[in-house]
Ligand binder design. Sequence first.
Ligand SMILES: [Zn+2]
Length: 133
Amino acid sequence: MTTDRLLKWNINVDPMCVFCKLHPETHAHLVCECTVTSRLWKDVFDRLQMQVQLKTWAHLVSWFMEKAKKKYVEGQLMRRIFAEVLYSIWNERNQRVFNRIHRDRQSIIREVAYLCNVRVVSKLKLVLQNKPL
Ligand SMILES: [Zn+2]
């Protein structure tokens, strides 16, 4: 749960974003609008060789929703990338808050690329073997 929601429940937490420490931690800020996480998204798009102008969380979701409608493999890959990047941001946030462990952006990107590769390729293998996903 992001700190803005914890504060609404009167739970005493540091309200600032754990990544940039400049803005209050809201869901939209944490997963997209923070300079640190927006740079992470930019790195992902660069690896995909896609030009995407990230403006807001709503814009990012809308962009991915459109891409997820694509034919089987591309849509599946975009859904996987979206989920893995969000999970990595949330996991990194929790590692920093609770364990004081920081990874650099490149480590996170490598993990996302590895997980997407493993999970998409394993699903494609099932398809090729005519097994249910
Ligand atoms: Zn931030």
